[in-house]
Write a protein that binds this ligand. Sequence first.
Ligand SMILES: O=P(O)(O)OC[C@H]1O[C@](O)(CO)[C@@H](O)[C@@H]1O
Length: 695
Amino acid sequence: MLLHTPAASSSVPVATAAAVSSSTSQESCHRLLASVSSSVFSASPSPVLRRFLNTQQLSLGVGQQHLRIAHHPVCPMFNLIGWVDVGSSHSEDIRFVTDTEDLLNVKATAVVSKSALISETPAWNSLKNHLGHINKTHLRDLLKDKDRCEGMIKEYDGVVVDFSRQRVTHETLEKLLALAKEAKLKEKIESMFNGEHINKTEGRAVLHVALRAPRYEQIFCDGKNVVPDVWEVLDKIKDFTDRVRNGTWVGVTGKPLTDVVAIGIGGSFLGPLFVHTALQTEPGTAKSSKGRRLRFLSNVDPVDVACALNGLEQETTLVVVVSKTFTTAETMLNARTLRAWITSALGSEAVSKHMIAVSTNLKLVKEFGIDPANAFAFWDWVGGRYSVCSAVGAVPLALQYGFETVQKFLEGAWSIDKHYHNAPLEENLPVLLGLLTVWNVSFHGCSAMAILPYCQALQKLAPHIQQVSMESNGKGVSIDGETLPYEAGEIDFGEPGTNGQHSFYQLIHQGRVVPCDFIGIIKSQQSVYLKGEIVSNHDELMCNFFAQADALAYGKTREELRAEGVPDYLIPHKTFTGNRPSLSMLLPTLDAYTTGQLLSIYEHRVATMGFIWGINSFDQWGVELGKSLATRVRTQMNAARTKGEPVQGFNYSTTTLLNRYLKGKTQLLYPEPHDVFPSDIIPGTDNVVYEKVEQ
Ligand SMILES: O=P(O)(O)OC[C@H]1O[C@](O)(CO)[C@@H](O)[C@@H]1O
């Protein structure tokens, strides 16, 4: 192995190549990098250089996934290079590029050949070959095998998961577990819990699990235990929300703040809405929220503003602006709108009492006019869609239900976090669910998954999981940037049973194959039994929960229909192939704790799928594209109105529609301003003189 120091004067690669065979052990890689690092940086690097190395290296070229920058004993001197994780890669060429003009330009690049895509591994191929065998089976027969079914009903901390209606045998499960091993699933889970920067494109750790860790736990991110920071914010939330709830914190006119409008979109909205909807009908939490109202304002559509404010008074309303970045266009416009709504009635001094914020960007919170003392922080290692357990959810939920409820919710999530971290893969609920989904999507070609809670209070589960799953795993490239040769991600949708049954279930029974998650609750939040009925109302609901899964699995054969006396002409229409996969999940009840469990199960299932597919589940570049295009339209709209500039730079279709829209606006007659808006704030809705805005 040849190594050069960075003292050479050339700005081209000066250094060296070290060939490492695919069989190289991690240990020898450690040795390799230890010698690399100590040879290259024989003197202690300056703090600036160290910071540079700790941050910038992550964003270097292809194969970077193998260079872990971590506080690792291999290089205690510099704390800069962890180890090359050889995995299934083939060879490495460790090369140092230097520009002596400026030490900051030193780049240590590990040019590592790309790791094999998971689809190129023996475990994947073995599953592919196995598919032919599974395609010859039918769930009708598989469900006859009691041993098989027994091994496919798993329980952890009161949550029962039955996946015997998946198109799998014990052999399939073994092969899926071998795939998990090949994908280094266990190691990836460990990296997540260790605070490594597994969100590589953004150079961030993924540590939403730290949000629900008990006070005594230690979870490190960049060498720092983050749990005390989490609890500092939680303590602040408890203190603030207790004061609002007990009337110590009042509005400017001295009235208690009984109503809350939480402004936010995407992850700053869907998670809190899901939890709020799950808890509002639970007797304990319903009691603790008596006399209080929690509304969400997400859409920038003014109709949503009208709905959120309907029946509220400024004097008794607290507005929580929730935005990780504090730059999201929709949220900030809604925040400005509600600031105007508050100040128009109460004066500008009311903002400090009636508006608070949740964000990672406290600078912008202050610039907006909200006192940073009334802001609740979180951190860049919390992804937006994984943020419901941070102040994003904790603040509005604690205001509505009290802090104890939030704590129960966090405890439930943590229970599953521990299980995900520690349980063997074959017993690990989120891992099993993730593997089964990979099986359905990538091998059976299913493109959608239905989330079907037999519980009205879980009506917002599917919209939340839709974001968690589709924003996380809706990717077409591997973490190395390689186009995936297999399908990843799926369309998630859902609706509580039995409403869904009377809507889209027809397609699931006889049309496309859509794997279903049936979620049932043993004890209803609101039991009703009518004398004379053979079952309670909740039983009636749950009868459907049990029946639907079997209907999908068994179907109905021609022979069965004939035996039932169905006329011949109807038989093709009433024949059901069956053999449609589903899984059933049973929770003891739906309260703050089990809601936390459910959340964590889905979050980790999604992470598992991403880890197997070899994608980065924690960035969302697609969403960013839409945002930048909307900015262009906004600029043009303003210029067209205020300077009479023609709409330009768009295709024929967009230009035509945009012109039609602008023309239509000027021709429309508006009625009197809506009741909800004071006329001096939003006069005549759209019928205003627009100001020039430079962007
Ligand atoms: O919390 P913010 O910064 O306002 O972002 C809201 C949402 O926007 C997104 O970036 C895209 O929808 C989500 O990931 C995020 O949850």
